[in-house]
Write a protein that binds this ligand. Structure first.
Ligand SMILES: NC(=O)c1ccc[n+]([C@@H]2O[C@H](COP(=O)([O-])OP(=O)(O)OC[C@H]3O[C@@H](n4cnc5c(N)ncnc54)[C@H](OP(=O)(O)O)[C@@H]3O)[C@@H](O)[C@H]2O)c1
Length: 410
């Protein structure tokens, strides 16, 4: 085995897999490279559900040359028969591949190692775990969705240095510079859905489309408006936008049935979600519903109240704060996270795997929400500049502090 070349070809498989970002969902992003006598004889990647898997495409391209070859694939080949596409293990065995190098085990309980066992039983050499960390990071959303039935959620905020997302009159265009805005559109391009509150629609009338000028095709995520009582105006841009993706209005049974009919005539889709105790669309139930619809990557773009509820109800996995070198000041300007502040610092939302970078004139701070309980270990590996406190330690510290406060209160 030549470790350097193995890494080179797995890296190639990962780059191919990346091409499926934004289209492969709810399936995983997978790339495959077939190598014979030191030459690449077939490559493939999975484009969208229902289309051939990466291994099948790469093997087809390799043809007879697949016999005795090595195939590199970032995710364990599938072995189940309940899909539109046949199992990849069958194709690998039929092609007489000699060796399969796999980045990670498929977290899908229907596969979970069985694909590897099938190949080994057929006499094929299998190596597991090459560039495993990168492979796992690439398919974090798929892994969460397939194991929990929930989507992977990113909360994105564009704010001033003093944490404001809009002026006292609600003006927010543009807080951050062109590079940060482009990064925001790239995020939209890679997400299945973008969620905003009705407050933002009423104030800004955004189109919520992806605009990456001069960069080829971009993809609009589905637009989800949280609007418990259907206050959305029929002439709102999100209801009249020319886009291949849909606008969903998430509402409650308390909304007017007449307005529901009018929205259907505008081709908007209605999602009737149970209300939370405050009578608003329940955030966790909305996330569950979106996951059931096959949306695995959700981007929340606030306003302040929706951001607050997303954090409070613990649906967020990752945050991305673009911070502009501007200071607005004022108690009357809208802060990025609304609602009530906790009484103690120990109850602040903590991040792990934090990464700091410069985006044009702005700073981006991104990180993963530290969760208590079993989810705390779900940390995605950090970047070189990252700060990685011990997730378990912080969580148990928080619990201890809470306990001691309760004790003091008697
Ligand atoms: N700089 C940025 O990154 C950025 C991004 C977006 C927005 N903004 C700014 O933010 C401001 C709007 O923020 P906002 O706080 O007023 O409005 P918002 O967060 O966009 O929307 C809040 C409204 O959403 C509805 N909603 C439904 N279910 C909810 C739930 N579970 N939790 C919370 N809200 C729910 C509620 O109205 P109902 O009870 O009627 O349903 C609520 O009043 C605007 O000025 C906009 O320009 C800035």
């Amino acid at each position: 085995m030549d470790d350097k070349n193995d890494e080179k070809y797995m890296d190639m498989a990962l780059s191919l897999a990346e091409l499926g970002r934004g289209t492969a969902s709810p399936n995983p992003m997978v790339g495959a490279v077939v190598v014979k006598d030191g030459k690449v004889v077939g490559k493939g990647w999975h484009k969208r559900p229902g289309t051939p898997h990466a291994e099948a495409i790469a093997l087809r391209k390799a043809g007879d040359k697949a016999e005795g070859s090595t195939i590199y694939v970032n995710l364990e080949p599938c072995c189940h028969r309940d899909k539109l596409t046949p199992p990849c293990t069958d194709a690998l065995i039929a092609s007489k591949v000699a060796r399969v190098v796999v980045g990670m085990v498929d977290p899908n309980p229907k596969v979970a190692g069985k694909g590897i066992d099938t190949l080994r039983e057929a006499g094929i050499e299998v190596e597991l775990g090459l560039l495993a960390e990168r492979c796992e990071k690439l398919n974090t959303a798929f892994a969460k969705h397939i194991t929990t039935g929930l989507p992977s959620v990113t909360l994105k905020v564009a704010q001033t240095l003093d944490g404001k997302i809009a002026t006292s009159t609600g003006e927010s265009k543009w807080i951050t510079g062109p590079d940060a805005r482009r990064a925001g559109h790239l995020l939209r391009d890679q997400s299945d859905a973008i969620v905003v509150g009705i407050g933002t629609v009423l104030r800004d009338d955004p189109a919520l489309t992806t605009r990456l000028e001069g960069e080829g095709k971009s993809r609009d995520p589905h637009r989800i408006i949280m609007d418990s009582h259907l206050r959305i105006p029929l002439d709102a841009k999100v209801l009249n936008v020319d886009s291949k993706s849909k606008t969903y209005v998430a509402t409650t049974v308390a909304a007017s049935t007449q307005k529901m009919k009018e929205l259907k005539r505008k081709k908007a889709e209605l999602l009737i979600i149970d209300a939370d105790p405050d009578g608003r669309v329940s955030m966790p139930l909305l996330m569950e519903e979106l996951a059931k619809m096959g949306m695995t990557n959700i981007l929340i773009e606030g306003g302040a109240r929706v951001n607050a509820e997303a954090l409070r109800s613990n649906v967020v996995d990752r945050v991305m704060f673009f911070i502009a070198p501007k200071i607005l000041g004022g108690d009357d300007a809208r802060g990025s996270i609304g609602g009530r502040s906790p009484e103690s610092l120990v109850d602040a939302v903590q991040l792990h795997s934090v990464h700091y970078s410069r985006v044009g004139e702005d700073i981006l701070i991104e990180g993963y929400i530290m969760k208590e309980g079993p989810e705390a270990s779900g940390a995605v590996s950090g970047e070189p500049q990252s700060e990685q406190p011990q997730a378990e330690d912080r969580a148990s510290h928080k619990r201890r502090r809470r306990k001691s406060r309760k004790g003091k209160q008697g």
